[in-house]
Write a protein that binds this ligand. Structure first.
Ligand SMILES: [Cu+2]
Length: 278
């Protein structure tokens, strides 16, 4: 697996590859959330998100080169073979060499695009040894998070509902998923009712939450902070009101949160208070 050094290099490569394209997203701040008039992706904070961004920028340059080449060909034909310069046009209809070339060259271009694309997919869907696992369940219309019992703690579930009073608007929840920085977090995603999608742009993470099926992907956040995402599968009336918030914190802060969360969520979510009331 690649190291943190690669991510720094890839991050540096972003402005180099596409200063114009990346300027709004990568350098203008707005970590973990969209910014007004953003034309690019959010600042990537995982290696995968960084690779996705670089791949996309590379593709933009490739399409630009192809478009300019085709435009050049058209202009050349218009000027060189116009009626004035070329009054008696030739009448041939086939040229084997050109036909072979315009078949093989696009195939080679597509293969060149497919290789990094499949490499990226393979990394995203790999199953690395996880430092921790969180199960995410999509509901109409909120998310719930299950932290399984491990040696470090866990063993609780909580819901995360939209909090309309907090900023950024419609991107905040009352409870948030918390993970430690620099750790491989495996996220198992499913849904309780209809298909949702758990998506976190800064992590380059998006996977469908399908009832009766457990999807899995992973991320390794390299920077502490609060990151915002949204349900990304049109799931119904309140699809736009089920945001996702992930707080990436230090190991120590995470250990403290685990302890706190165990008490906080156990008292509301596992039926203890109900039992006491009887
Ligand atoms: Cu949804």
């Amino acid at each position: 697996m690649r190291t943190v050094r690669t991510i720094t290099r890839s991050l540096l490569a972003v402005p180099f590859f596409g200063a114009g394209l990346a300027a709004t997203g990568a350098s203008a701040g707005g970590l973990g959330q969209p910014i007004p008039w953003e034309m690019s992706r959010q600042v990537p904070i995982t290696e995968n998100a960084c690779d996705i961004m670089n791949f996309e920028i590379g593709l933009h340059w490739l399409s630009l080169a192809i478009s300019l080449f085709v435009l050049g060909l058209i202009l050349w034909c218009v000027f060189r073979f116009g009626e004035k310069r070329n009054p008696s046009p030739s009448r041939f209809t086939h040229n084997t060499a050109i036909e072979v070339a315009w078949t093989i060259v696009p195939v080679l271009i597509l293969v060149a695009v497919a290789i990094p694309s499949f490499r990226l997919l393979r990394t995203q869907l790999a199953d690395p040894k996880a430092d921790m696992i969180v199960k995410v369940i999509g509901h109409a219309w909120y998310w719930s998070y299950e932290y399984p019992q491990t040696e470090q703690g866990g063993g609780f579930t909580f819901d995360a509902n939209l909090d309309e009073d907090k900023q950024p608007r419609l991107l905040q929840t009352d409870n948030e998923m918390v993970v430690p920085v620099g750790k491989i977090v495996k996220v198992q995603v499913t849904a309780a009712d209809v298909i949702h999608s758990w998506a976190m742009p800064a992590f380059g993470f998006k996977i469908d939450a399908i009832p009766g099926r457990l999807n899995q992907m992973w991320f390794k956040a390299e920077k502490e902070g609060t990151y915002h995402g949204q349900c990304s599968e049109l799931c119904g009336q309140r699809h736009a009101y089920m945001p996702i918030v992930v707080r990436v914190v230090s190991d120590q802060a995470y250990a403290e949160w685990l302890k706190e969360a165990k008490t906080k969520y156990a008292s509301t979510d596992n039926g203890q208070s109900f039992a006491q009331a009887r």
